[in-house]
Design a protein around this ligand. Structure first.
Ligand code: NOJ
Length: 568
């Protein structure tokens, strides 16, 4: 099969299904809702959809705990409705990629139910089972096999009396890690991939794919590690490349599909081990977190003031680090992070900063992803109490903070800064009841409260306004797709030391695109770099209604952005 690398011209829209659009009136987003919004998605100019998990799941982690890899969650629809969505998307020129979550399953998956029932059954070795260090149940003094932390829920082990053993869960207790060292598990992953590819999907976003191989012996980590103890023994583990090459060789190479691997801890240099476009290529691109840590240390839960230079440095290191060797993925929002305007931009300059942030990544080299609601500038919501959260990882973080003795007010401050709930409030379609998210007669309560600002911030409102962020996204995406230099040009950054401006160019032989974004509320002057003659430039985009030039440069108003094209 000739792989065409179609993804290099693609722009994806990410749907987190529970909160996108409710078609059947039960207050939960679903595929009927998606069907009704395919024209809207196509109207953005994007060329693909990434679905966060749609599979049957007890929803302990909203679908990232899969109970059946071969079906659709009945709350969201059926395989038939999914096929209608797939056909409808393809008719509109939209490719569809699925989330593939194979580091772990749900504890309600049939494989795990069988696996936990005894030490001797067909699935006994499908998960990571170990004897305790001290035998017996925890209430009888039994202790877990090692000192690893779960990233979501206490320690990384849970005791199972039927086997008198513990199972590993890097995430929540209801997300047992699959044993990828078992060839039968890898064969099943291949089967899952084929099932969806044969149905017509165009690829996968592979969840925490760098975690699938654990260091033999599962050694204890340094007990003084303050958090994520154990991670160095499973992130980029010993067989990860072997397994990913197997999937590529046996399945993915037979389809003209694409893969993007989620990699929580990865540098550009390390990414080349996975997606260098040589004969051993494993994945087409990676989702890095580096540029998402410009206002925090390692996780959103350890905040620091937004540092534009850190953001630029991270993005730049991937642009230059991957250069001609590999392809980038580009994103500034997804279902795991608070809204970007509330983080890196300004709610006061919501539309302006939304436009500037859009330009800060949409014209880089790589495949951009836009998260639902990002295009209308949705912002963070407000939680009064921890119980207002629906997020398993937030509960875990709060338990840790309480153990550390943090006062409740401070805990809530952190929750409001870091929780994943911010990205998961229902999509704001219009100013009507329930923000137009609820289908049917609209009477049901949305499964999670809509952000009260939906009255002003919603699709219907933005659609009427030619200067809205939505209109800007449409123009920016169209521009990106029109100009070959955005796909092929090299990357050059200016004013690297600036704490208020991000300025870069994409340079090709006959075209150069200059992108200047202010991420500050102060007025800042930008002088054009040498070789960039303002009289040769045409303005393609500006975050404000006009774009005066003064001398050899221009003043940027708060959060203003501009994109100029130089031809010839
Ligand atoms: C990454 C996913 O994006 C996140 O939502 C999920 O909680 C974890 N992986 C565990 O699957």
């Amino acid at each position: 099969m000739q792989r065409t690398q179609w993804y290099k011209d693609a722009v994806f829209y990410q749907i987190w299904p529970r909160s996108f659009c409710d078609g059947n009136g039960d207050g939960i987003g679903d595929l009927w809702g998606v069907l009704s919004k395919l024209d809207y998605i196509a109207s953005l100019g994007v060329t693909g959809i990434w679905f966060s998990p749609l599979y049957p799941s007890p929803q302990a982690d909203f679908g990232y705990d899969i109970a059946d890899y071969y079906d659709i969650n009945p709350e969201y629809g059926t395989l038939d409705v999914f096929k209608q969505v797939l056909d409808g998307a393809h008719e509109r020129g939209l490719r569809v990629i699925m989330d593939l979550v194979v580091n772990h399953s749900s504890d309600e998956c049939a494989w795990f139910k069988e696996s936990r029932s005894s030490r001797d059954n067909a699935y006994a070795d499908w998960y990571i089972w170990r004897d305790g260090k001290t035998p017996g149940a925890p209430e009888d003094g039994g202790t877990p096999p090692n000192n690893w932390d779960s990233l979501f829920e206490g320690i990384a082990w849970e005791y199972e009396p039927a086997r008198d053993q513990w199972y590993l869960h890097i995430f929540a207790k209801k997300q047992p890690d699959l044993n990828m060292d078992n060839p039968a598990v890898r064969a099943e992953v291949e089967k899952i991939m084929r099932f969806w590819l044969d149905l017509g999907v165009d690829g996968f976003r592979e969840d925490v794919i760098t975690y699938i191989s654990k260091t033999e012996g599962l050694p204890d980590d340094n007990p003084l590690m303050p958090a994520a103890r154990g991670m160095r023994f499973y992130d980029h583990g010993p067989h990860v490349h072997e397994y990913l090459q197997q999937f590529r060789r046996n399945v993915l190479s037979e389809y003209d599909c694409m893969t993007v691997g989620e990699a929580p801890m990865i540098s550009a240099e390390k990414a080349l081990e996975y997606c260098d476009e040589g004969p051993d290529q494993e994945l087409d691109m990676m989702f890095t977190f580096e540029h998402m840590s410009a206002d925090c240390v390692f996780t959103d839960w350890i905040p620091r003031p937004f540092d534009l230079r850190a953001y630029k440095q991270a993005l730049g290191s991937w642009q230059t680090g991957l250069a001609e060797h590999a392809w980038n993925s580009l994103y500034i929002e997804n279902h795991d992070h608070p809204r970007i305007i509330s983080r890196y931009g300004s709610e006061r300059y919501r539309v302006e900063s939304g436009k500037s942030l859009a330009c800060s990544y949409l014209f880089l080299r790589g495949t951009p992803f836009v998260y639902q609601g990002q295009e209308i500038g949705m912002t963070n919501t407000h939680l009064e109490r921890v119980e207002d959260s629906a997020d398993v990882s937030t509960f875990n973080q709060v338990a840790r903070l309480r153990r550390l003795g943090l006062p409740e007010v401070a805990c809530m401050k952190l929750v409001n800064r870091a929780t994943r709930d911010h990205a998961r409030t229902p999509m704001q379609w219009d100013a009507g009841p329930g923000a137009g998210f609820v289908g049917g007669n609209g009477a049901a309560e949305p499964w999670y409260p809509v952000n009260p600002n939906y009255v002003d911030i919603n699709v219907a409102e933005a659609d009427k306004d030619p200067h809205s962020l939505l209109a800007f996204y449409r123009k920016a995406i169209a521009l990106r797709r029109k100009l070959p230099v955005v796909r092929d040009g090299s990357y050059r950054e200016f004013k690297r030391a600036s704490k208020s401006l991000f300025a870069y160019a994409r340079e090709g032989e006959s075209q150069r695109l200059l992108v200047v974004c202010s991420l500050s509320d102060q007025i800042t002057y930008f002088s054009l770099p040498e070789g960039y003659d303002p009289s040769q430039a045409s303005l393609c985009l500006c975050g404000y209604g006009d774009a005066p030039v003064e001398g050899n440069g221009f003043f940027l108003r708060p959060y203003e952005c501009r994109v100029y094209l130089f031809e010839g």
